[in-house]
Design a protein around this ligand. Structure first.
Ligand code: MN
Length: 278
């Protein structure tokens, strides 16, 4: 039996990453896989890249890793966007940029007879969005192959990140797992009258999957564990004095509230969810 840790969406949060890597070491885990978005948002992006390089066996590319290492045309951007893009780009060394640009899209392996496919967001698009609120046909598309996948098989288990909220869901004898986010955990379903303790959200999240690695025998056991690790949020914030989006960053890592709820509400609308029902 092998134990694999799958981590994602660090977003420059060094304290959260250190806490997760410490926990992984303590549990004697065999292999660590990162699903991308190492950078953007937090100030300690370079340090996070170094830690990921030194501690992960496989690293995939996230949409932020792709976007902020691109040559972005700033001529049609707002002042605020230009400031944000420039700040994030300036956090990276030349070597960091090369490293992030070269990261692969997808990774696959068999575990206890199941084809496990990993990517940052969806098989089709690096910044696609499929969440636990989506309809079953959209969820099913996560299992399908694309030009970006390693093989043309339909996956048995899909593991992805990007939405920053952990969940496990079974459909059609297949399993979808979202690892959650190491450095930027959020919950977009919020209501002052219904909300529980925010510390259920503002933790560093990751996934452990345990089974026989590279085995094609389905008659073997497999298990999934969603892990939540508390970390020093105050220390992380104190290191971010230069952060040009400090108030949004603080709201996310202290209160688990996403910075751009208007965008989320639009996606609720597309999915037929009335925001007033939440
Ligand atoms: Mn992402």
């Amino acid at each position: 039996m092998e134990k694999l840790a799958i981590i994602s969406d660090i977003h420059g949060n060094l304290e959260a990453l250190k806490a997760v890597l410490y926990d992984i070491k303590e549990r004697g885990i065999d292999k660590v896989i990162c699903l991308g978005d190492i950078i953007a948002k937090g100030t300690n992006q370079h340090q996070c890249i170094e830690l990921i390089k030194n501690n992960c066996n496989v690293v995939l590319q996230g949409n932020c890793d792709e976007y902020f290492t691109r040559d972005i045309d700033l001529s049609n951007k707002s002042k605020q966007d230009i400031k944000r893009i420039t700040w994030n780009k300036n956090k990276l060394t030349k070597e960091d940029v090369e490293y992030l640009r070269g990261l692969p899209y997808c990774f696959e392996f068999y575990m206890s007879g199941r084809l496990v496919r990993l990517f940052h967001s969806t098989p089709e698009k690096i910044d696609g969005y499929v969440g636990n609120i989506d309809k079953i046909d959209r969820l099913y598309e996560l299992f399908l192959p694309s030009n970006n996948t390693k093989t043309n098989n339909v996956a048995d288990i899909v593991i992805y990140g990007h939405i920053h909220t952990q969940f496990i869901q079974k459909i059609y004898n297949r399993t979808i797992i979202n690892t959650g986010s190491v450095g930027n955990s959020i919950d977009v379903f919020r209501n002052d009258k219904k909300d529980g303790n925010v510390r259920n959200t503002t933790v560093a999240n990751y996934l452990i999957i345990c089974g026989n690695y590279n085995s094609q025998n389905i008659n073997e056991k497999i298990s999934y564990e969603l892990v939540s690790i508390p970390y020093d949020i105050e220390k992380e914030l104190a290191s971010n004095i230069d952060n040009i989006e400090m108030s949004s960053y603080k709201e996310e890592i202290m209160n688990g509230k996403y910075r751009d709820m208007e965008r989320i509400y639009q996606s609720f609308e597309i999915r037929g969810i009335d925001k007033n029902d939440i």
